[in-house]
Design a protein around this ligand. Structure first.
Ligand code: CA
Length: 154
């Protein structure tokens, strides 16, 4: 993104490490989930990756107290492979008993062209207990589920 997209009204993202617990279905020890929420974003940034290829993975933010979300930003970098990764975002307001769909995004990576996905989603979610991301790394092609960054704004 070449244009500044920061809104005037809301400033810093939530410090997810302090307001939520992050559960995950899989983690490559070399690319742990902490890399999702560190300051190393954008091209070449540290990233979370699943431990194995071609499996659908889940990341769940469990908030310490009901949370409103007005914006969600995430990035994915894939330099090596041509593949389509799909990310389902779902929210729960009842302690994870049920989820409703918020958005589904897919992005096709190509080593010679598109290698960095940057999503910046405006949302209007209230009283969330959980936010769940389901990542399908191989909707087309083959590869490992990964995310470079995940930032949530109130
Ligand atoms: Ca990172």
């Amino acid at each position: 993104m070449s244009q500044p997209t920061e809104p005037d009204d809301d400033s810093a993202p939530l410090n997810l490490a302090s307001v939520a617990t992050i559960d995950y279905s899989s983690e490559d020890p070399a690319h742990p989930v902490e890399h999702l929420v560190d300051e190393h974003t954008g091209p070449g940034g540290s990233y979370w990756a699943a431990a194995q290829a071609d499996t659908t993975e889940q990341l769940v933010l469990e908030f310490d107290r009901p949370q409103s979300i007005g914006r969600l930003v995430y990035e994915v970098q894939e330099m090596e492979r041509e593949r389509t990764q799909e990310v389902h975002v779902e929210a729960s307001t009842d302690a994870g008993r049920s989820y409703h769909r918020v958005v589904v995004q897919e992005y096709t990576f190509s080593p010679g062209g598109a290698t960095l996905e940057h999503e910046d989603l405006r949302l209007e979610l209230h009283d969330l207990t959980h936010l769940r991301l389901t990542i399908v790394p191989n909707k087309r092609g083959s590869g490992v589920a990964s995310l470079t960054s995940l930032r949530v704004f109130a």
